[in-house]
Write a new protein. Structure first.
Length: 269
């Protein structure tokens, strides 16, 4: 059955469709299990990467509080989903080393971008710019629905959850955030692992990622839901949980890439 589905993929005429394997809706759970094995194989390096994100999260939240923009904390948390692939590129390198029988280290993981520096850095900067754009949208939406209100945290929660104006704010913010998150997920699901694994260009990696997501839409919906669930759990633990959940998702994403994208062999293989 997968072979016939993949033949159908190739006939769609979509770019790089012949590289895409068909994956079922049960596969994302296998990716998580494989990611957890990688995490347990290299816990120090994995948690080291996660703790860097935790410290950055605390620093950014403190900056928002000190500048009177604490209401942007929730959009910042949503933004973690947007830049997730850029935050986990080091974990791809750890999983690659585990797969190859090498001993992973934090230093090697931090230097993972050197495998294909130009495209990886460009994509990382693009995801950060996407985060900044989302934060600007969030601030604009807040200003539209609460133009005169200077609210403390409790008042903001009450106004958001228990007023018509607040519920409209939630609806618009969720809609805009959902659209941006969908774009970021499709572009980032497989592009950074591909850039780390192969010397390909940025456009080729992005198109391959989007096509893989589109052709395996049902499985990708399950995978996206798991990403949101685990990232949300890490954020609700006051960022600290991200030290575990973010590396876990990064390792799992490497296995998702390996299961979904089939690259042509080269002389270097």
């Amino acid at each position: 059955m997968p072979d016939s589905i993949e033949a159908d993929f190739a006939r769609t005429g979509l770019p790089y469709a012949d590289r895409i394997r068909a994956v079922g809706t049960e596969e994302p759970f296998r990716w998580l299990a494989a990611g957890w094995r990688d995490f347990r194989t290299a816990p120090a390096a994995s948690m080291g990467l996660g703790l860097i994100v935790v410290v950055a999260g605390f620093a950014l939240t403190a900056g928002l509080a000190l500048t009177g923009h604490l209401y942007l904390t929730a959009p910042l948390m949503v933004g973690v989903l947007l830049v997730g692939p850029a935050l986990t590129v080091g974990t791809y390198a750890i999983s690659r080393d585990v797969e190859a029988g090498r001993t992973p280290t934090l230093a090697t993981a931090l230097a993972a971008w050197r495998a294909n520096p130009g495209p990886i850095l460009c994509l990382g900067l693009a995801l950060v710019a996407f985060l900044v754009l989302w934060m600007r949208f969030a601030a604009l939406i807040f200003a539209i629905f609460f133009p005169y209100a200077m609210l403390d945290v409790q008042a903001l929660v009450n106004a958001t959850l228990f007023t018509t104006q607040g519920l409209s704010f939630l609806f618009v913010g969720t809609l805009v955030g959902g659209i941006m998150a969908t774009i970021a997920f499709a572009a980032g699901a497989f592009s950074l692992p591909l850039l780390l694994d192969r010397k390909v260009g940025l456009l080729e990696a992005l198109v391959t990622s989007v096509v893989a997501v589109v052709l395996n839409a049902r499985a990708m919906l399950v995978w996206a839901a798991l990403v949101v669930l685990f990232t949300g759990a890490g954020l609700l633990a006051g960022y600290v949980g991200l030290a575990i959940t973010l590396p876990l998702l990064g390792h799992a994403s490497w296995h998702a890439y390996r299961a979904t994208v089939r690259m042509p062999h080269t002389a270097a293989d």
